[in-house]
Design a protein. Structure first.
Length: 171
């Protein structure tokens, strides 16, 4: 694991190393999931998972001058996991809300709710700030649908809104 923008690895700052055995697979590509979590306290957590073997490795790197006990690091990692779970719970909540609106709505509502659910299914990875912004936008949009579901046509600008959300996810 290195930090820097130099062309050659040896010219960058070495942060640490994590060894993961990746099996040779002739039939298909081997999937490896790598997640980097970093916070303002100079703690970097690198999680690596090999999908086929379910082998998982974790590397925790702390900044210079930051001495944390194993217990403090475990607590920090648990807090991060709780934030991730909170996002998944919020996504599930918004999906269920959208499903209810789908069953109550007309064809226009149903089409727009389908698109919202597709956006929700892509949400969950990336920066916490970006996820929150996306979920906040979707929640506001679902509130608008809820208010107007009594038959008013509120979808004149819906496609523009959805393009904005989808475009924001790709940034």
């Amino acid at each position: 694991m290195t930090q820097g923008e130099e062309m050659y690895e040896e010219d960058n700052v070495r942060l640490g190393e994590i060894d993961v055995k990746v099996p040779y697979n002739e039939k298909e590509c081997e999937e490896i999931q790598v997640t980097f979590t970093y916070d303002i306290n100079a703690i970097l957590v690198v999680d690596v998972k090999v999908s086929s073997t379910r082998e998982e490795r974790r590397l925790v790197i702390t900044g210079k001058g930051l001495s944390l006990s194993e217990e403090q690091i475990a607590k920090y990692i648990q807090n991060i996991q709780n934030m991730k779970l909170a996002h998944h719970e919020r996504i599930d909540y918004l999906k269920e809300w959208a499903k209810r609106l789908y069953t109550e709505g007309n064809d226009g509502v149903k089409q727009n709710v389908k698109e919202i659910v597709m956006v929700l299914e892509k949400t969950g990875e990336g920066s916490i700030r970006k996820i929150n912004e996306t979920l906040d936008s979707i929640e506001e949009y679902l509130k608008d649908i809820e208010k107007c579901i009594g038959g008013k046509d509120i979808f004149n600008d819906a496609s523009t809104f959805l393009r904005l959300i989808k475009g924001g996810l790709d940034e």
